[in-house]
Design a protein around this ligand. Structure first.
Ligand code: GLN
Length: 409
């Protein structure tokens, strides 16, 4: 194996999703829905393949129809007329979008600031493309033995400043944030944008949970701050917005001079994204407003959030109330596992949260994700008292989880 991948451990998703099946546990681990996407989205996909012929390659930039639909959707959000020819690129989910982005923009040993906890694959995409991730950590403030808000997870702007060197090229930023649910405040974004301008850095803004933002919180685009459009790439996808995580259609929006080298890499990596589902997403964007879809969908998530928070309160576990996303971090420090409990090799040498998630899957029958996976090696201990549940599930599944979690009482 190449040195680029030889140190990669088995990733958390491919450990816990099979474990859920093996132990027949309620799966609140990986963040995918167990309900079907809305009819207008499914119908658009059927039509694209069956009734219309969208079955051949699309342009490497992405289908023009989807780029136009995205330009129409994002121009009012980003307060500018977005050019679908030069300022939008369709990727195979945000994952390939990020990989192509680092491939297209990083040189050997360029440094990339990453907020920690981070979506677990960011650092690997950076190192595979020659970059070096440098971490800035969000710390929960106040008494974490009680329920807090995701707004209480804060970073120190001086720590961010102190980590910048003449090799720093970009900052990877994610709001609403996985796994805390934090929606970064305007003040926090202004602070980050000042640093970006001062040191001439690119901002990579992963906004996949933008349409799952709980009132009174509002998702804001960092690209909208003064002089930030020209240095920001905004990434998003259809996965969370339309409930289709398996479709793998994402997009990058930003200035031509940044999109163009990313397109050069993307063309060599996947050439183009699957054509029929791009068409289906274009149609979905055109229909979503008419169906009042975004608001209804967010309201459903609000209800799931309330339901799951009540389940946790009934069990007596403190948690972080998410301002956005469909994840919830729970403090499990008061639950003790027998010290002689036996773990398989892929779990045995991991931190306490990993062991807890294995134990909970097997003994309690509910899967959560160990958030140490979202921390750098030296900071994994910060996650040891937490687990992350995903509540993008139907009521019957949440009810089953409620019954199983009672055993933690
Ligand atoms: N974003 C999803 C989560 O955090 C997982 C994505 C993946 O498994 N690749 O649950």
């Amino acid at each position: 194996a190449s040195e680029k991948v030889i140190h990669f451990k088995q990733d958390v998703w491919s450990i816990f999703t099979p474990l859920a099946l093996k132990f027949n546990a309620v799966n609140l681990g990986q963040g995918f829905m167990n309900f079907l996407p809305p009819n207008f989205v499914k119908e658009a996909a059927v039509n694209a393949i069956f009734h219309n012929d969208y079955n051949q390659y699309s342009h490497p930039k992405g289908s023009l129809h989807l780029r136009k639909a995205l330009a129409d959707t994002y121009s009012p959000l980003l307060n500018r007329t977005i050019d679908p020819e030069t300022e939008i690129l369709i990727s195979a989910g945000v994952i390939e979008g990020l990989y192509s982005l680092f491939a297209g923009l990083l040189d050997e040993n360029d440094e990339v600031i990453v907020f920690e906890p981070f979506y677990n694959h960011y650092p690997e995409y950076i190192t595979m493309n020659g970059g070096i991730p440098i971490y800035v950590t969000l710390h929960p403030q106040g008494d974490t033995s009680k329920t807090i808000s995701s707004a209480d997870w804060k970073f120190d702007i001086n720590e961010l400043r102190s980590k910048i060197t003449n090799k720093t090229k970009m900052i990877v930023f994610n709001t609403p944030h996985n796994p805390t649910g934090k929606v970064f405040s305007t003040e926090e974004m202004i602070d980050i944008s000042k640093v970006a301008r001062e040191f001439n850095l690119i901002i990579i803004s992963d906004e996949v949970y933008d349409r799952i933002c709980y009132k009174p919180n509002i998702h804001e685009h960092i690209a909208n701050l003064p002089e930030m459009w020209e240095r920001t790439i905004t990434l998003n996808s259809c996965s969370k917005t339309f409930g289709v995580t398996g479709w793998r259609v994402g997009w990058l929006i930003g200035p031509k001079n940044l999109i163009s080298p990313i397109l050069a890499a993307h063309t060599r990596i996947v050439f183009c994204v699957n054509a029929p589902l791009q068409e289906a997403i274009a149609i979905s964007f055109e229909k979503a407003d008419k169906e009042n879809y975004y608001e209804i969908n967010c309201q459903l998530y609000e209800e799931r959030r309330e339901k799951f928070m009540k389940i946790l309160s009934d069990v007596g576990l403190p948690y972080t109330i998410p301002q956005g996303s469909y994840y919830i971090l729970v403090n499990i420090s008061k639950i003790l596992i027998p010290s002689d409990y036996q773990y398989p090799p892929e779990i045995q040498f991991q931190t306490k949260d990993y062991k807890f998630c294995y134990w909970m899957t097997k003994e309690i029958g509910v899967v959560a994700i160990p958030p140490s996976e979202f921390y750098s090696e030296e900071n994994k201990w910060l996650a040891q008292d937490y687990v992350r549940f995903a509540f993008c599930k139907t009521d019957d599944i949440l009810d089953q989880a409620a019954i199983a979690l009672q055993k933690l009482k």
